[in-house]
Design a protein around this ligand. Structure first.
Ligand code: ADP
Ligand code: 5GP
Length: 202
């Protein structure tokens, strides 16, 4: 069986990454979402184990201290800790799934330095539209909104380091772009070493 690949997605908060990803995952089989651990409080409607593993800081630090680290990468984002479970990801890649990591620009940099991911940066059409979407979602306090919008411009400066860029203006178009990237990468990577069809495909 061919190993799956890591699909790293980053975007300023409120850009529409979760919405986009849900649509793509409903359409494309063979993709699994890596559920991160976080110390942030759950938002209304979020479910433990589905959206995140919500943990206290001491539990998070215990996992990060395991040798080798229980996290493939972890980072402090907007004042909270977020990390990707190493074991979950490695097991699913070995089973042939393409694993989606919804992680920030610091985590993406760490993954790029240690693995060979396909990375996609999702940008908003403008910062004012980003603010409108984030407010419209109605999940953030004024302070949390301020922190997220302040981070957005800095995060955008990292976009050039990603394999692909999608501007999430029209949602349907963004969905088609992300699906096209995944399908093309599957064609590019799922070949034998000689470039011919991998063994076992007859
Ligand atoms: P993220 O996961 O990047 O923080 P969300 O997926 O929660 O962002 O989206 C933030 C808000 O923007 C949601 O209310 C969502 O419905 C809306 N949204 C997402 N994509 C678009 C789009 N292309 N056009 C308009 N609104 C959008
Ligand atoms: P939110 O709190 O809005 O769900 O996520 C805030 C930011 O944390 C987003 O940029 C999201 O991609 C990022 N994030 C979520 N999980 C992880 C993770 O496991 N590692 C890292 N580095 N960032 C994460």
């Amino acid at each position: 069986m061919t190993e799956g690949f890591l699909l790293v997605l980053s975007a300023p908060s409120g850009c529409g990454k979760t919405t986009l990803l849900k649509r793509v995952m409903a359409d494309l089989p063979g993709l699994v979402f890596s559920v991160s651990h976080t110390t942030r409080e759950p938002r209304a409607g979020e479910k433990d184990g589905r959206d995140y593993h919500f943990v206290q800081a001491d539990e998070f630090l215990e996992i990060s201290d395991q040798q080798p680290s229980g996290f493939l990468e972890w980072a402090r984002v907007h004042g909270n800790l977020y990390g990707t479970s190493r074991q979950d990801v490695e097991q699913r890649l070995a089973r042939g799934f393409d694993v989606v990591l919804d992680i920030d620009v610091q985590g993406a940099e760490l993954i790029r330095n240690n693995a060979d991911p396909v990375s996609v940066f999702i940008a908003p059409p403008s910062l004012s539209e980003l603010a409108r979407r984030l407010r419209g979602r109605g999940t953030e306090t004024e302070e949390s909104l301020r922190v997220r919008l302040a981070g957005a411009e800095k995060e955008m400066q990292e976009a050039g380091k990603y394999t692909y860029l999608i501007v999430n203006d029209d949602l349907d178009e963004a969905v088609e772009s992300l699906k096209a990237i995944i399908i093309a990468e599957r064609c590019r990577r799922r070949r034998g070493k000689d470039g011919l069809p991998a063994a076992g495909t007859d």
